[in-house]
Design a protein around this ligand. Structure first.
Ligand code: HEM
Length: 476
């Protein structure tokens, strides 16, 4: 059977294109009991939802603006942008009265039921696991709006508009604001590393993949019901061209992370202690803070390489020494764990996800830095899309990041260990994580991490419907 190509007017813009943003509000809501009124009012909100075509248009106009400004030798001024994404949890679908199975059991059971399998921290009482999450994520959220913009005031205006259309048919249960970090840190997550470099190229959409994006992936690995969706035959028709969003509220203990790096500098060659600490951070991430990948810049940062989009993702751990040694990049480095590229013969298409996160919380204060202790909550509002959670987010977290043996087939005396950034150990009482290969000159030595620096405070699995499904199945 031939599966129709993707209709990019029908797919929400956050999924394949991404909406350029400096600020982003994530607004969780519950639907009130008058569901008929909600569905009626929803009709008036659908025009606000950004399509892929619109998101592409926004990107193109920003690019044009930048090029014109550069030609004038001027700074580009901001292009006003507001993008809106809407998605529903299983609780939301049920509330609306949509009882079809979308063909993803992890979605249908909700993230709370998955917390233990993800090794989130928590307590077991009477055989029942309760994660240490923010209460709101334990209460069954119905839906989420994500509003992205170049300005906080445009976000506020858009939220007011959305709320005025929906009236009392929803109520906000939690809202968290994300923002791109200031100045030189723009685009970097709170530990300081450039983020948002590597996402897969999707067939039917990304016509000009960048070097190193890997084999372009079939749209069905991201969108339900499209080419190569592993569960295509079990999807209801309205679910086609929707995508499953995994949202995670991940706090980052930045001063604690920095203190650990400071105390454990890698000592090789002429490196100063500061350089050795910087190097350890890079070994844990698999990239330098600049974004330069260790596989291409193994011993020294290369800011020029980092800034060059044609080169900064153009690696796949296929140097002859890569497969069996950690000379260039530890087996457990975050980017290697979460996208092992040639460690799996570059056949990783079905486990790829599209990431759209944004940092939240303030910059580290001088007091926090000095005391090495977090007192203000900050981290990453992690959001990613896939068609099957058991191949995407859930699989990457459980079977790769939390799995000490992965990637498999490495030398017997070099167990890769946990993903040092996001890996979580199973036992809630003893969560010491061991990571191998951090020192390239002593690859069999292990490093014990005293604590987790990324702490899950919860999240939910949502379904981001196509525009046509919003019109015909969700609204009336
Ligand atoms: C890449 C940081 C959570 C999956 C990256 C990169 C950074 C980073 C700096 C490199 C930039 C890039 O390649 O685009 C973080 C931090 C996290 C976090 C600080 C938590 C606070 C997660 C989670 C997952 C994940 C929860 C999935 C379970 C990935 C993937 C890549 C990546 C798939 C791309 C790897 C590649 O294609 O080379 N992350 N991340 N990350 N991360 Fe994370």
């Amino acid at each position: 059977t031939t599966v129709p190509p993707v209709d990019i007017n029908n797919v929400q813009g956050d999924i394949l294109a991404g909406i350029p943003k400096k600020f982003e509000a994530t607004l969780f809501f519950n639907i009130d009991d008058n569901v008929t009124a909600f569905r009626k009012n929803l009709t008036k909100v659908i025009p606000f939802i950004t399509t892929t075509t619109q998101a592409q248009g926004i990107r193109a106009s920003i690019l044009k603006h930048k090029q014109e400004a550069a030609a004038r030798g001027a700074q580009a001024d901001l292009v006003p942008v507001v993008g809106v994404t809407l998605a529903f949890s299983q609780f939301g679908l049920k509330k609306i009265g949509i009882n079809d199975h979308i063909g993803d059991s992890l979605f249908e059971n909700g993230q709370l039921a998955d917390a233990q399998a993800l090794n989130d921290k928590g307590t077991i009482k009477d055989n029942k696991f309760t994660p240490d999450w923010l209460p709101v994520f334990k209460n069954g959220i119905h839906g989420v709006f994500v509003i992205a913009s170049d300005s906080q005031s445009s976000i506020e205006a858009k939220i007011t508009e959305i709320k005025s259309k929906l009236g009392t048919t929803i109520h906000e249960v939690f809202r968290v604001n994300g923002n791109v970090r200031p100045k030189e840190e723009a685009g970097h997550e709170h530990f300081g590393f450039l983020d948002g470099i590597s996402n897969p190229a999707v067939i039917d959409f990304d016509t000009h993949p960048l070097p190193g994006q890997g084999n372009p992936i079939s749209p069905g690995f991201i969108l339900l019901g499209r080419q190569d969706d592993p569960n295509r035959t079990s999807r209801p028709s309205w679910a086609v061209e929707g995508s499953i969003m995994a949202f995670r509220y991940l706090s980052q203990l930045v001063p604690e992370f920095n203190t650990f790096l400071k105390k454990n500098p890698i000592q090789i060659g002429e490196m100063t202690p500061e350089q050795g600490s910087e190097f350890l951070g890079a070994r844990l991430m698999g990239r330098w803070k600049s974004g330069a990948p260790l596989d291409l810049a193994p011993l020294k940062d290369d800011p020029e390489l980092a800034a060059d989009r044609q080169r900064n993702n153009n690696f796949d751990y296929s140097f002859p020494e890569d497969i069996q040694t950690q000379d260039r990049c530890p087996f457990a480095a975050h980017v290697r764990k979460t996208n092992p590229r040639n460690d799996l013969g570059n056949r990783v298409e079905r486990n790829r996800i599209i990431r759209r996160g944004i940092p939240f919380g303030p910059e580290v204060t001088p007091t926090e830095a000095q005391q090495g202790k977090t007192t203000h909550d900050r981290g990453l509002l992690f959001r990613c899309y896939q068609s099957v959670l058991g191949n995407g987010f859930h699989f990457i977290q459980q079977s790769w990041a939390n799995n000490e043996g992965f990637p498999f087939g490495k030398p017997a005396d070099q167990t890769p260990g946990f993903d040092p950034i996001i890996g979580q150990a199973p036992d809630p009482n003893s969560r010491v994580r061991v990571v191998g290969g951090t020192n390239p000159q002593n690859a069999t030595a292990n490093l014990s991490l005293p604590t987790d620096w990324v702490v899950s405070k919860g999240g939910e699995y949502f379904f981001a419907p196509s525009i046509s499904a919003l019109k015909t199945t969700f609204a009336t």
